[in-house]
Design a protein around this ligand. Structure first.
Ligand code: TYD
Length: 406
């Protein structure tokens, strides 16, 4: 039992993942003894319909000067954010001398597009190491957490914003109501909020339970977003579904009455009802699906290992921390995880302590099997790993179902 972070109703978890470490907490052997774990429970609020973790680590434990996630590791994501920025510029920055704010701007992957065009912008990024990279690229960034107080300071210094942007960030913020309050202060009367996050509808449909980890406090739907912003005088005016992160939703929000509401919002809300996103029983089915997926993945890996084959993990993603810990997959099954991010290499995966090695190692000696831990980047990865497949290497995937890919 706990209280909903949005509407304060009593909530009851529908699922426990057991003890989980910090998803991006890649560590050295000396740190194994002090590793932090928390009980990862997921709940559905019957009142505002928000799906959420009932307990999360302090944000400072996750977003700090050693934060391991750099957005610019995927070339597809760089293109995605360039297109996002172009869309904002074209459709929402018609005022003279517009001002754009992005929270969680990471290494500046999106804001660099505004910076290059000479548009006034401000990035707000609590992890100081990635914020430093953004500043070095010419993206004006401050290392802070966004809330109503910071919104007032920004308005005093820069004036109100035409666009407030966020990508894969809003679902990280447990004091969500204070962020919405801050947005209300920061945004011009005709300003827009645009943010995207993994979409609950996709998670339920694909059993992609790996979207649930410490950083993802919330799994949003239109229904819950409409409620959360509605109670603070704002409304959902449009949506733009995205294929990123295995299925995301971009929400377009404005002050109530500032713009008409698109028909797309109405029809997607209807779809959410059909999918049962507003109904507790849907989440009980989801839990059973997760348990089945976990059991089949473990069995498959054990069977392959029994045949004396080598299995490695491909990409030490945050999401893989949930999969590996929930399924109990350690270095008895997966020799190492290949990853292109220098800060992760030479370290060990959170909780299961599988070695993370440089991508070169994968290329030097292809394994028999690679578990596609970045299944959301499958297209990009398949395109560049033709040689692995030609060498007889096989992919193991677990979303939307556990399988050796043909
Ligand atoms: P992403 O799906 O963004 O991870 P997360 O679950 O943390 O959101 O994938 C980024 C990670 O995957 C990053 O550690 C780099 C790694 N990666 C590779 O090693 N090779 C690749 O080809 C890709 C696309 C990602």
């Amino acid at each position: 039992m706990g209280k909903c972070l949005i509407c304060n109703s009593v909530i009851d978890p529908f699922m426990s993942f057991g003890k989980m470490p910090i998803a991006n907490g890649f560590l050295t052997p000396e740190q194994f003894g002090d590793e932090y774990f928390f009980d990862m429970y997921v709940a559905f609020c019957p009142e505002c319909k928000m799906v959420q973790l009932t307990e999360q680590p302090d944000p400072e434990k996750m977003f700090h000067e050693n934060y391991a996630f750099f957005s610019s590791t995927s070339s597809r994501m760089a293109i995605h954010f360039k297109e996002f920025a172009e869309h904002v510029k074209k459709d929402f920055l018609n005022a003279a001398d517009p001002f754009v704010v992005e929270i969680g701007c990471n290494d500046g992957i999106m804001l660099q597009n505004f910076a290059k065009a000479g548009i006034r912008h401000l990035g707000i990024e609590p992890s100081s190491n990635v914020a430093k990279v953004a500043n070095e690229k010419g993206v004006r960034t401050i290392s802070r957490f966004f809330d109503a107080n910071l919104a007032r300071d920004i308005v005093n210094e820069h004036g109100q914003a035409d666009a407030f942007l966020a990508a894969n960030v809003m679902c990280h913020i447990s004091n969500f109501n204070s962020v919405i309050e801050g947005i209300g202060i920061l945004l011009k009367p005709k300003g827009v909020v645009m943010f995207e996050d993994p979409y609950l509808g996709d998670v339920i449909e694909k059993t992609s339970y790996d979207q649930i980890y410490d950083e993802h406090v919330f799994l949003f739907s239109l229904t819950s977003i409409q409620y959360a912003f509605g109670r603070l005088g704002m409304e959902l005016i449009d949506i733009e579904p995205q294929s990123t992160h295995g299925g995301s939703m971009r929400y377009v929000i404005a002050h109530k009455g500032a713009y008409p509401v698109s028909d797309k919002v109405k029809s997607q809300l209807k779809k959410e009802k059909e999918l049962g996103l507003d109904n507790r029983s849907t989440y009980d089915v989801f839990r059973k699906n997760c348990e089945q997926s976990r059991d089949s993945l473990k069995l498959l890996l054990q069977e392959i290992k029994r045949q004396g084959k080598q299995i490695v993990g491909y990409a030490a993603t945050s999401k893989s921390t949930t999969v590996l810990n929930y399924c109990g997959i350690n270095s008895d099954l997966i020799d190492y995880i290949s990853d292109t991010t220098p800060i992760k290499q030479g370290k060990f995966s959170p909780g299961m302590h599988i070695p993370v090695r440089a991508y070169d190692e994968f290329v030097k000696k292809y394994p028999d099997y690679a578990v596609l831990l970045a299944w959301n980047h499958a297209e990009e990865i398949m395109a560049k790993e033709k040689k692995f497949m030609e060498s007889g290497g096989k992919w193991i995937s677990f979303v939307p179902k556990v399988q050796v890919m043909k």
